[in-house]
Design a protein around this ligand. Structure first.
Ligand SMILES: Cc1cc2nc3c(=O)[nH]c(=O)nc-3n(C[C@H](O)[C@H](O)[C@H](O)COP(=O)(O)O)c2cc1C
Length: 228
């Protein structure tokens, strides 16, 4: 295997693709899809989003000093993409994507009710970086959908089928490869049975649907010959 050298670029993938809601639930509100986002501190909990000043959402977030990071799921992938290609200047993205703007607990902007996790943020600092400004924020509250709790009260976020974004494509999570620290764990983990979520408890005995899917064409890769 040989390596090609490229000039510097934004190639840390996969990343989350989140829907950031902003504005005022009783006034102008909007949603912008953001991939340049993440956690930047545990205690106090802090997160960031990087937004280009030309986005319609930019001034809304700058003026209000608040935003909500709404995590996306496979069911929300289409809405997430739509909110990343259409501008709030031209369309009401809540309306077009049938998304519910619900009140947040600590900020004036709405949460997207359909998202399983809404992370409410208050801007602490704006760092101009070049193409994007980075909004560094305190996480002031988080709301989670109760359908992903099991009967013992444990929250199973991965059951919401989160989505990530890698090199221009959206993906689901795929299979679990291990849990935190599994590389050094002595005992093999006890095989967990699938949790019964509150939302599925009633469907437990329902007959299963058969799945049909078209086979997908896989890309072929050029393998360069190296001099021996
Ligand atoms: C997957 C994806 C990720 C994106 N990430 C960002 C981002 O991190 N920062 C940003 O400024 N724009 C990002 N965009 C582009 C904005 O979401 C897009 O320009 C949107 O239409 C802006 O909406 P607004 O004008 O209503 O604010 C992304 C778009 C997509 C589809």
């Amino acid at each position: 295997m040989a390596k090609e050298i490229w000039k510097g670029g934004t190639l840390v993938y996969p990343v989350p693709a989140v829907m950031v809601s902003c504005g005022d639930i009783n006034g102008e509100k909007n949603i912008i899809t953001v991939a340049w986002t993440g956690t930047i501190n545990t205690n106090p909990p802090m997160a960031y989003i990087s937004v280009r000043p030309e986005r319609h959402s930019y001034n809304i977030i700058k003026e209000s000093g608040e935003f909500v990071i709404n995590l996306t799921t496979e069911d929300l992938a289409k809405a997430c993409d739509y909110c990343g290609v259409k501008s709030g200047k031209d369309v009401d993205k809540f309306k077009e994507m049938n998304l519910t703007a619900a009140p947040a607990s600590q900020v004036k902007c709405p949460i997207i009710y359909e998202s399983p996790m809404n992370i409410e943020c208050k801007v602490k600092q704006i760092v101009p970086l070049g193409s994007h400004d980075m909004f560094i924020a305190d996480v002031v509250a988080v709301s989670v959908s109760d359908e992903y709790f099991d009967e013992s009260g444990k929250f199973h976020f991965n059951a919401s089928k989160p989505v990530c974004y890698s090199h221009g494509e959206y993906f689901g999570l795929g299979k679990s490869l291990g849990t935190f620290g599994y590389s050094v764990r002595k005992k093999p983990p006890v095989k967990k049975s699938k949790p019964v979520l509150k939302k599925d408890a009633s469907k437990k005995d329902a007959p299963k649907k058969e799945k049909t899917s078209k086979p997908k064409k896989k890309p072929t890769f050029k393998k360069k010959k190296t001099k021996s």
